[in-house]
Design a protein around this ligand. Structure first.
Ligand SMILES: NC(=O)c1ccc[n+]([C@@H]2O[C@H](COP(=O)([O-])OP(=O)(O)OC[C@H]3O[C@@H](n4cnc5c(N)ncnc54)[C@H](OP(=O)(O)O)[C@@H]3O)[C@@H](O)[C@H]2O)c1
Length: 273
């Protein structure tokens, strides 16, 4: 009988992570669904092949313990999906040092911490894929997301460079770049920077309304789960997988239009009254 493959998913409690757990379970995979509070997602544990593990990407001990338990339970790991992340949203001047740090602790150092935990195993087996959910916002920027974009641009650069040293060891790097997707990203997960400075108040109100509207009108997380499955099954050298309405077009427009023209388009959408 063919050995079942194992995927480890971070941030599996909701949105894209949760949809991906469901998708890989349906495909007959062994799924290590990791999250900060497994007790709140116990329904996932009843899906075929799925086991839950406590893992906070900002807590190195919890990462180590989760990986020990996962390799004990499943024997090996084939795919790491770095998915956990959130957006700090607001005016940069008004963000607290704690908000800035937490954004990078989770979205950047969290990805590095978890990846570093997987590497010795992937290197030993000369096989493995590191799939990371970055964002269209890892290539393009919008107003009031400066902290989020800088974190996702950091991860894009980190992973792109990392792929050179890992390729000779049989380890592949893939980046999933969703556009707006309707999840808790625009709700409970959003870390809203408080606006007190009058100079920014109208700008912030308008930009927040328009960018949250994009999330409201967006597709569900299943389209991203599909793209992740495609990336996992794709043994070609393709690295980037834009996903969602207009995601690929946006990246293309930014690349080929003069930047001043591109910025005018963004302003027209996000700053419209
Ligand atoms: N939705 C979009 O429009 C969109 C677009 C592009 C990229 N993305 C990216 O997609 C990924 C998933 O987001 P989503 O849209 O599915 O939003 P979501 O529903 O809010 O899910 C975010 C997940 O990340 C987890 N998380 C946050 N901090 C964590 C930590 N320190 N350790 C472990 N898990 C942590 C959350 O866990 P808790 O349940 O414990 O809070 C939750 O499971 C993120 O990296 C996000 O940046 C989203």
């Amino acid at each position: 009988m063919k050995q079942k493959k194992t995927i480890v998913i971070t941030g599996a409690s909701s949105g894209i992570g949760r949809a991906t757990v469901e998708r890989f379970s349906q495909e007959g995979w062994q799924v290590a669904a990791t999250m900060r509070k497994p007790e709140t997602s116990s329904d996932l544990a009843s899906l075929p092949g799925v086991r839950l593990y406590a893992l906070d990407v900002t807590d190195e001990r919890s990462i180590r313990l989760a990986f020990e338990a996962i390799t004990n339970d499943f024997g090996t790991i084939d795919i790491l999906l770095n998915n956990a992340g959130y957006g700090a949203v607001g005016i940069f001047e008004e963000a607290t040092p704690e908000q800035i740090k937490r954004q990078f602790d989770t979205n950047v150092f969290g990805v590095m911490n978890v990846t570093r935990q997987a590497l010795p195993l992937f290197r030993k087996q000369r096989k493995g894929k590191i799939v990371t959910v970055t964002s269209v916002g890892g290539q393009v920027t919008f107003p009031i997301y400066s902290l989020y974009h800088s974190s996702k641009w950091a991860v894009e650069g980190f992973m792109e460079s990392l792929h050179y040293e890992l390729a000779p060891l049989g380890i592949a790097v893939k980046l999933i770049e969703p556009g707006p997707i309707k999840t808790d990203f625009y709700g409970r997960s959003q870390d809203l920077v408080q606006t007190d400075i009058a100079d920014y108040s109208t700008y912030m109100k308008t930009a927040l309304k328009n960018s949250n509207a994009a999330g409201e009108e967006a597709e569900g997380p299943e389209v991203v789960a599909d793209a992740i499955h495609r990336a996992v099954m794709d043994d070609s050298k393709k690295m980037r997988y834009p996903v969602g309405k207009n995601a690929a077009n946006l990246i293309r427009l930014k690349r080929f239009l003069p930047h001043a023209v591109f910025f005018r388009i963004v302003r027209r959408v996000i700053e419209k009254a």
